[in-house]
Design a protein around this ligand. Structure first.
Ligand SMILES: N[C@@H](CCC(=O)N[C@@H](CS)C(=O)NCC(=O)O)C(=O)O
Length: 248
């Protein structure tokens, strides 16, 4: 049974961790802020697969900045997954790359990501990549500096207009496409797989966050609401949260 430890930074720096391993002798340590954010889909993948990992959360921004400045993060961002394998430690970054890697590492019978079916892999990749496309507008509006739009920082009315437009006109198009994908696949999952693939971890978590920040946003998409509920009702996922799905 999985034991998922939520460590704070102080314990990690002293190496007094409960880092644990998968059945293959690897030790996993996930580095992120103390929020769900982009790390949550990875945490859920570990929980679903019953693989232990250290859920390392920065105690403050300064701790993250010191890691960023150390150069250990490939692109200066998190989530990052440290994989200790014998005397070698590798740090992976980019959420979707981490999910693909773990999807291939975990028990094959879970079929999280195909090992040999390149076509299905491409289909799952496309669905995962679509999340970034769908949310680009919102990200640019929210994180202006990162995209070179900080000169708009004093134009909060423009930000509000951009975000309202995104919620009203852009997001619904993507929600519609997701609904059609579910219908075309004919199963409970986005890639038409019999079991959830990594694409479902990415999207269910993203949609849950969106629904939490904008209650009612999924009201016109009942099939997506059922889809998210099915995901959060998976025994390992509901056990992880110790409660049932909170989606409205
Ligand atoms: N494409 C990357 C984006 C990662 C990302 O945006 N990370 C943010 C936190 S969610 C970050 O590290 N922000 C701090 C910074 O850029 O300094 C992924 O999916 O992992």
């Amino acid at each position: 049974m999985a034991t998922i430890s939520t460590q704070t930074l102080s314990s990690t720096s002293s190496q007094k961790t409960q880092t644990s391993s998968s059945g293959k002798g690897k030790k996993y340590r996930l580095l992120y802020f103390n929020i769900e954010g982009k790390a949550e889909a990875i945490r859920l993948l570990f929980a679903y697969a019953g693989v232990q990992f250290e859920d390392y959360r920065f105690k403050d921004r300064a701790e993250f900045m010191s890691l960023k400045e150390s150069g250990r993060l490939q692109f200066g961002q998190v989530p990052a997954l440290e994989i200790e394998n014998g005397d070698q430690t590798i740090v992976l970054t980019q959420t979707s790359a981490i999910l693909r890697y773990l999807g291939k590492e975990f028990k094959p019978e879970l079929e999280l990501y195909p090992m040999t079916d390149s076509l299905l892999a491409a289909k799952i990749d496309a669905i995962v990549d679509q999340r970034a496309d769908a949310y680009t507008g919102l990200s640019v509006a929210k994180y202006k500096e990162r995209f070179g739009f900080d000169f708009l920082n004093d134009q909060s009315d423009l930000t509000e207009i951009a975000m309202a437009n995104w919620y009203a006109n852009i997001l619904p198009k993507h929600l519609d496409m997701l609904t059609k994908l579910l219908q075309a696949g004919g199963t409970s999952w986005l890639a038409g797989t019999q079991q959830p693939s990594i694409a479902d971890f990415v999207w269910c978590q993203q949609l849950k966050l969106t629904a939490e920040s904008k209650p009612g946003i999924l009201d016109n998409f009942p099939q997506l609401t059922s889809y998210i509920k099915a995901f959060y009702s998976l025994p390992a996922i509901s056990k992880y949260y110790n409660s049932s799905c909170v989606i409205a």
